[in-house]
Design a protein around this ligand. Structure first.
Ligand SMILES: *[C@@H]1O[C@H](CO)[C@@H](O)[C@H](O)[C@H]1NC(C)=O
Ligand SMILES: *[C@@H]1O[C@H](CO)[C@@H](O)[C@H](O)[C@H]1NC(C)=O
Length: 173
């Protein structure tokens, strides 16, 4: 009888502990942003690389661009509310394929996260439909955050070198 009660108590405390773990893992926040990247308007070539990348000789290994791209809630830059800026850089980091080392902060300038930032450090392969963005931290409301973003190209205007990129962020606290 006593042994049975003890066993029952152990099962309950184990179940409680597991439920606690489940709750912690569930605190995931989803944020969707659209990034508007326009050559020579919101980005600029800072460093010219050494030699052309065989996969696309318009680019050189080591080309580096600074970016300060607007971020909006929806895909349309003109009509959608601005929420912040993507500020950082990318560098052509592969000698053979178009693969960027992509490093930026999401800087919120409006909305519920105004004043906070999220730091991203990623590899961006142009040819991939979806690129994964590791989130390495944040400030303000996002201090100590971890998680990832999924980046995909929504539209590209080749004549103006203008891209609209969708980012879905999944953040854990
Ligand atoms: C971007 O600016 C660079 C440097 O001024 C210039 O050489 C290049 O032609 C420009 N490209 C476009 C598409 O405007
Ligand atoms: C965002 O925060 C800054 C600094 O506190 C403030 O000046 C600005 O008005 C805020 N912007 C919006 C759109 O709430």
């Amino acid at each position: 009888m006593h042994a049975m009660l003890l066993h029952f108590a152990l099962v309950i405390s184990l179940a409680t502990a597991l439920a606690g773990i489940g709750d912690a893992a569930k605190t995931t926040t989803h944020i969707r942003l659209y990034m508007h990247d326009t050559l020579n308007v919101t980005t600029g070539l800072m460093t010219t690389g050494t030699r052309p990348v065989p996969a696309d000789p318009r680019y050189r290994f080591g080309d580096m661009y600074a970016i300060d791209d607007p971020l909006t809630e929806g895909p349309d830059a003109a009509s959608s509310p601005a929420v912040g800026r993507a500020q950082g850089f990318y560098i052509f980091a592969s000698q053979t394929e178009i693969a960027l080392f992509f490093c930026f902060n999401v800087v919120f300038t409006a909305g519920p996260h105004n004043g906070s930032t999220i730091a991203v450090l990623a590899r961006n392969v142009f040819a991939d439909k979806v690129r994964e963005l590791p989130v390495v931290g944040g400030t303000g409301a996002f201090r100590g955050v971890s998680g990832y973003g999924l980046l995909s190209t929504q539209g590209y205007d080749a004549s103006r070198y203008r891209a609209v990129l969708k980012i879905d962020m999944y953040l854990r606290f």
